[in-house]
Design a protein around this ligand. Structure first.
Ligand code: FAD
Ligand code: SF4
Ligand code: SF4
Length: 479
């Protein structure tokens, strides 16, 4: 079958077709159309089956990419799925939301000269097919274990850890302050990147496999961390990072100037059929408004593209650096441009103005000056270069920091780094509290779904080792 591979010299790279930008603006469905089997097999056959596969090295999960590409090219999809699922808890989600241009595909050796293999789209295709064919099964322990693990946070890190621990036979309960599982996969990332039923069907399978979801429970408010430690043999903190970074500009407290996550959560909830008073009142609805989004990361791109779909009169992204220095994925910037978003590069807000609610943004033109100690060019205002933008809705998308978890959990022994992320022993992923582990964004800082999965899986293995080393004691005592 070797002749099936190495087709990159003959075949062009083809990503799945994108829906027309006009149609995209009018609904919330995903942007990329699925590959047909033939296209997936053909694209997979472009892989040169490298002896040292840099795609795999640069995938945070070290997915066995060359093997599942070869099996896909040969039409052996069930085996391809087994291999994809062996290292990745949510291959269909990573295939949709990973910034592949910076990870696997960006490091594919044929990228230089021939354009990379379309790894993410094939991974999505394999796992979507597995769901259709019924190959994806709930976690099935070979034997039950008496010990239990409590997981705080139902995002990718918590869910990945839960799946692995349950498969090992542990009794697993996930606690989350939201009403739905998925973390930012359900309430952050919009539908047009990741349709919600894709996340929800995973939760449903986990529940069928015996994982208990205890929703609408905020640890630190409804239950203490101490109580969880007394109840479970180990606890995993996977709470993510949610404190929105702010800018201190005049007018920042005017109604109509809103944080990105409030805006996105309202939109996602609405899409899920919830009643959302802040949306229904118009406060978090962009319809017919001129919208300005401040920031240049992926969250900013999600906000501009959400505003387009809500029927905004105009959508402008204000970013203080230029396009090449933008932190967001170029693929998402391109999608936003196609959908009609206007970008004001090298410009930042100087003030928000309006009488009793925001009516506009006074913006300052910038230029890039000398590099600082990190090598990044400094942003400097151009004196006198000010301009106004009309805006009835301003969305601040400037990134996230961790909440003060030691205070929220009433547990000063949980130590934090100078960025506020939880400190863990990197070999064991355990915090200074015995039996309390941490994983995902709360340790790493705002990151990616794929890193959350990696951390969750690693934490599960560490928790297993910890419990085994302690023997059969029924529950860890709160210390
Ligand atoms: P989270 O997903 O944040 O989950 C944490 C969970 O903990 C939440 O459900 C929360 O409700 C719960 N929780 C918090 N505190 C408590 C408490 N005290 N008690 C109970 N429960 C609690 N990454 C990508 O790879 N691709 C993308 O396209 C992408 N787009 C993004 C778009 C947006 C708008 C945002 C904000 C992020 C995006 N990310 C993306 C980043 C990615 O979503 C996160 O890195 C990832 O979800 C982190 O996983 P986590 O499990 O650590 O935390
Ligand atoms: Fe690429 Fe992400 Fe899949 Fe890894 S998990 S192969 S980085 S798409
Ligand atoms: Fe195939 Fe590219 Fe990975 Fe090499 S680096 S194994 S060509 S996908």
């Amino acid at each position: 079958m070797a002749e099936k591979m190495l087709q990159f010299v003959r075949l062009q790279q083809r990503q799945p077709d994108k829906r027309d930008a006009g149609a995209r603006r009018a609904d919330w469905a995903e942007v990329y159309q699925p590959f047909a089997q033939e296209a997936a097999a053909t694209q997979a056959s472009r892989c040169s089956q490298c002896g040292v596969p840099f795609c795999q090295v640069h995938c945070p999960l070290n997915n066995n990419i060359p093997d599942w590409l070869k099996l896909t090219a040969e039409g052996r999809l069930e085996e391809a799925y087994e291999i994809a699922a062996a290292t990745n808890t949510f291959p269909e989600i990573c295939g949709r939301v990973c910034p592949q241009d910076r990870l696997c595909e960006g490091n594919c050796v044929i990228e230089k000269g021939f354009d990379s293999v379309t790894i993410g789209a094939v991974e999505k295709y394999i796992t979507d097919t597995a769901w259709e064919k019924g190959w994806v099964k709930p976690p099935m322990p070979v034997r039950e274990r008496a010990q239990s693990v409590g997981i705080i946070g139902a995002g990718p890190a918590g869910m990945a850890a839960a799946e692995r621990l349950r498969t090992m036979g542990y009794q697993v309960t996930i606690y989350d302050r939201h009403d739905r599982a998925g973390g930012l996969m359900i309430y952050g990332i919009p539908n047009f990147k990741l349709e919600k039923d894709i996340v929800q069907r995973r939760q449903q399978q986990y529940a069928e496999g015996g994982i208990v979801f205890s929703m609408n429970v905020a640890i630190g408010q409804d239950i203490t961390l101490d109580a969880l430690r007394a109840k479970h043999d180990a606890v995993l903190i996977a709470t993510g990072v949610y404190k929105a970074r702010d800018i201190d500009n005049p007018g920042g407290d005017l109604p109509g100037v809103v944080p990105a996550l409030d805006y996105l959560i309202a939109s996602n909830r609405k899409g899920l059929g919830d009643s959302v008073p802040e949306f229904d009142s118009g406060a978090l609805d962009a319809a017919d408004k001129h919208v300005v989004v401040v920031g240049g990361g992926d969250t900013a791109m999600d906000c501009v593209r959400t505003a387009v779909r809500q029927g905004a009169a105009s959508v402008t992204c204000l970013y203080r650096r230029d396009k090449t220095n933008m932190p967001g994925s170029m693929r998402e910037v391109k999608n936003a441009e196609e959908e009609g978003v206007r970008f004001e590069w090298l410009a930042g807000p100087e003030a928000f103005f309006g009488e009793d609610k925001v009516q506009g943004v006074r913006a300052q033109r910038m230029h890039l000056g000398l590099p600082d100690a990190t090598g990044r060019q400094q942003v400097e205002p151009i004196p006198g270069a000010l301009f106004n933008l009309q805006a009835e809705l301003v969305i601040k998308a400037l990134g996230f920091d961790p909440e003060d978890l030691p205070a929220a959990f009433g547990e000063p022994a949980l130590s934090v780094t100078r960025w506020g992320t939880l400190k863990v022993d990197y070999r064991t992923m355990m915090t200074p509290l015995p039996g309390v582990f941490a994983a995902g964004d709360i340790v790493r800082g705002a990151s990616l779904v794929v890193w959350g999965i990696r951390d969750g899986r690693d934490a599960a293995d560490q928790i297993h080792s910890f419990i085994q080393a302690r023997g059969e004691s029924p529950a860890i005592a709160a210390e």
